[in-house]
Design a protein around this ligand. Structure first.
Ligand SMILES: [Zn+2]
Ligand SMILES: [Zn+2]
Length: 261
């Protein structure tokens, strides 16, 4: 049993991923998927002092898009391929997201809000230095992001809960995020790469406490592979548990999503 479709797939361009796009597409076909969405980490024009380690450069966008347009055509009888990005929402540079979407044939964005305002150590929400403001920074910037109309779904929305003791403040933010996603009809992603990280860091996302709230608030859920190699596409050891856990909570799991173009 595996994912029927997956919309969270990375490529070697992000510097922490193995395999080619074609190997990933073939793995997805072999696994019986009918839709595969690529959502590599969004490249940003850098601001002063920013080092971007986890993403391609803006100069790579053309090749990323061209490669996928070619493969989409080549495999069109076997699988539907979508071209997207997983992006943070950096409010001062938000125009860039529109610009990329308007310049290239980008089908969709998912919100993967890893960093606050720029990429740097201590700004990563799973290990955030400004512990006192973590919840506020996360919620406020996610709210702007989700209201922007740019995003098809919300990847690992519980990243701000990773590696912390969950208190009332985290719980309150979870309820607020859920209410917002329900209002805007944006699905939340239960992230299977996080399940893998949990083997080493048990307090990584996904956190059960968050998903109980998602169920209570009746937000739609999509399970995302967050694939960084072709092997887990072929056989994902974390899918079945995730599916059973979410089903036991009674959440609505979407197997296909409406791509917000
Ligand atoms: Zn990644
Ligand atoms: Zn991510």
């Amino acid at each position: 049993m595996g994912l029927k479709n997956n919309y969270h797939t990375h490529t070697f361009r992000c510097n922490h991923c193995e395999g080619t796009e074609e190997q990933m597409i073939r793995a997805a076909i072999k696994a019986g998927m009918t839709e595969l969405g690529f959502s590599d980490h969004m490249p940003w024009p850098t601001i002063d002092g920013e080092t971007q380690r986890i993403r391609m450069s803006p100069n790579d966008i053309q090749d990323y898009v061209d490669t996928l347009v070619h493969l989409r055509e080549k495999y069109k009888d076997q699988i539907a391929i979508y071209i997207g990005f997983e992006a943070e929402y950096f409010p001062k540079r938000a125009d860039w997201l529109w610009e990329v979407k308007n310049t290239y044939p980008i089908d969709y964005y998912i919100l993967g809000h890893h960093y606050h305002e720029y990429e740097a150590r201590g700004r990563y929400f799973a290990y955030y230095d400004d512990h006192k403001n973590r919840c506020k920074h996360y919620y406020d910037s996610c709210e702007q992001a989700l209201r922007s109309g740019l995003f098809t779904y919300f990847a690992h929305p519980d990243i701000y809960m990773a590696n912390v003791k969950i208190t009332k403040e985290e719980i309150d933010v979870a309820h607020k995020l859920c209410k917002l996603c329900r209002e805007l009809d944006i699905p939340m992603e239960y992230n299977l790469a996080g399940c893998k990280f949990k083997l080493k860091t048990p307090d990584c996302y996904p956190r059960d406490e968050f998903w109980k709230i998602v169920a209570e608030e009746k937000v739609k859920v999509v399970i995302g592979g967050d694939y960084h190699d072709p092997y887990r596409i072929l056989d994902d050891p974390f899918y079945e548990n995730a599916y059973n856990f979410l089903s036991s909570l009674g959440v609505e799991i979407l197997e296909k999503i409406n791509i917000k173009k």
